[in-house]
Design a protein around this ligand. Sequence first.
Ligand code: ADP
Length: 648
Amino acid sequence: MIFDKFCWFKEKGMKRILLKILTLALIAGIFACASSSGLKFNPGTYQGTAAGFGGDITTEVTVDAGRILSIKIVSQNDTPEISKEAFDRIPKAIISGQTLAVDTVSGATFSSDGIINAVTAALQKSGVDIAALKNRKPGAGEAVQLVSKSDSADVVVIGAGGAGLSAAVSAHQNGAKVIILEKMTKAGGNTINCGTAYNTADPARQAAVSMTDAHRASIQQLITKSPAHSPFETELQQTVKKQYDEFVASGKPGIFDSPEWHMLQTYNGGDYLGKPELIRVLAGNSLATLEWLQSNGMEWTNDIWTVLGALWPRTHRPVKPLGTGFIETNLKYLEAQKDRVVILYDTKATELIVQNGRVTGVKATAPGVDYTFTATKGLVIATGGFSANKEMRQKFNTQWPNLDNASSTNHTGATGDGIIMAEAIGANLVGMEWIQLLPMGDPKTGSLSGNIEQGVEDRFFVNKNGDRFMNEAGRRDDMTKALFAQPDAWMWVICDSQSYPTPQVKNNFNESIEELINAGRAFGGNTIEELASKIGVPAANLRKATDDFNAGVAAGKDSFGRSLWRIKIDKPPYYAGARIPTVHHTMGGIEINTDTQVINKSGQIIPGLYAAGEATGGIHGANRLGGNAVADIHTFGRIAGANAALAR
Ligand code: ADP
């Protein structure tokens, strides 16, 4: 269900008065270049009534010979807080898709069904084939003329990474014709290279995770932290306390988690600089987005793990390696909509077009051709971050000593184009100084490839001396700072056969430990001493580090303040892989609201312009939790696509 659990919407609109809903429900036909839908109606206006949640719903539907033109809610008596979303969305979805096969709104099923049934009753009087309308794929039959040098679509999306493709799918599902521009020769962006990590509270899957005293201590620490930084934090502390007490009293298996606990950790982990309302959307909708991706064909394992810097075991793993599952799922969906969706590769967006204060399109360039695309409803910027743009990094960085020569995990296209284009037309930028480095770069390339850790709990780090030197379960910024302070800013990840039960077992980047060892990128030893000699660290130190770590597992704590523990590293063979600091993610970017509308420097919405994904700022504050980005880009991408498609 497309708006399942979309509390971002409820939060924003719950208080609006009923009268406004009724007025707004008079919706004009919205296709800019509509063609015949293939349906036959007797033109006119018809009324239909059906039962809703609080009584009858009466609608008035106007049709011409080939299309449903408008739906007006004449009367209804449903509870506004519960039903508002249904009254707002369903008439729009019926009109934009020219179909009765629209999703109901979760939590407002009675109202949703009532609206659909009342519209059906009205349309029955128009002589249309109701069965055909009920079976009609949303938007089917609306042929789009693509591609000319100056084409138009309801929604234009810039960027075919995780956020952009999700926006495009969501826009299409909401009845839009979509043009997607991608400057590289293939889709995927950084998303396709990500380490599969998707964070969401998910009690069903998390029931298999054991909860330790260290986990309990982490909860206590954050819910009692005082003074609170904002009413948001106080509210979360109170909610999490209540939820946690109930969880303990229930005797339920597994580890405690909830969207609010995810929010509190995200807020705290970003030094309370993330915007509460955006954090709420992220953590409040990430499970629904996971399920939405699944409904579009994405396969997930039941594994729950903790990716580096996630701070809690709520990381989900797709079946397909890296980010391929996300990209392939969305691409497969989009490529099946040839009459409604066009993806143009090797086509770089260069400039946003603004007319009378509204973004109406974008200029783009491809080999041998310059385009001007019009977005009749909305334009979505989903161009990713700027980790691969050294000048931009240098311009905004205040957090790190010097990033001039720093390597990056990013693809070469992560150059901040969307941020630059948006700022050029007045968009506000937020948090640009917050640039995330990981202590997990390949020593040669800076990429994530070759990282042998399978999860935070199951490995520790040592420096070139063979000494542990940090809380390896901490924040990404803290860990990277600790690594910079070590000799040559170099460390070894140490794990054992519990991470690689056989040599063929793969890491999170689709590489087996055997392949990595054969390539000289990882090392194995049957004893700690043998491993130490292979990586050139003093054996006594590596032994001591291993013993320290294992004592920490037994005690559930150590002198570094580590809070995530699971297994002792004591099952040979032992493995080591080298890592260095690397630029990974830019937390800052275009300011958006909870509807993903872009905000200008005066705090006002820029009509027609939406943004999602790493191109945006304000969600993660000073430090993003590991595993939050993949959830962020797909959640906000999905919202952006829907809102752009349904805009008027
Ligand atoms: P996100 O995680 O936010 O989805 P990604 O890096 O995965 O970000 O995807 C962003 C995509 O946008 C990349 O495929 C990148 O090549 C593309 N892109 C960046 N700038 C432009 C541009 N000017 N025109 C078209 N595509 C762009």
